[in-house]
Design a protein around this ligand. Sequence first.
Ligand code: GLN
Length: 213
Amino acid sequence: MTGIDPAPPESDTGSRLRIGVLASQGDYAAHARVLESLGAVSLEVRTPDALGELDGMVIPGGESTTISKAIERDGLRDAIRSHVEARRPILGTCAGMIVCDREHLGLVDAVARRNAFGRQIASFEAELEMSGLGPEPIRAVFIRAPWIEEHGSEVEVLASIDGRPVAVRQDQVLLCAFHPELTDDSRVHALLMAMATAARRRTANEERGSRSA
Ligand code: GLN
């Protein structure tokens, strides 16, 4: 039980949510397993075309320089930006948080600092209270994680460690410095799916509105 309803019954939205996972590099398979366990269809994204049909997307952890280069090489930058401009959600985790920041894809008004916790404490776990997930803390696994070094007023901080933001949201972009795919607590993915459901409903309403206008 996640406490968040990731997706309404199929009759409500027509079909299962389609969530893409950027599969250039990193631990995309683990995200796919969580998304499928919550009832989504998960698709590996390697080309701009693959983004067209998605309700939501994950940019996983890995190595941010490698992922950024792959995005440029595969011509994915514009497709990812269009996805967000269409107000469809993205979850970026760890390296994915860095890739979405102002100095990379520019999807949020924030700058992530790489390996911010230092190389000595490369990996650690913490119990985090994260707004949007309910009162129960989430066990968060950090691996050479970034934090948000600075951000604009549009960015909502959902969780921090020692005053350093480690989970943030700006509109449809949800970023966390930890790896939610590595524990059996699926609330972060459920939140992404709830955002995707809302986006799908909004699009359906807009289409109905423009047809009846
Ligand atoms: N330290 C990595 C980077 O800067 C991110 C690590 C991760 O995604 N687990 O790209």
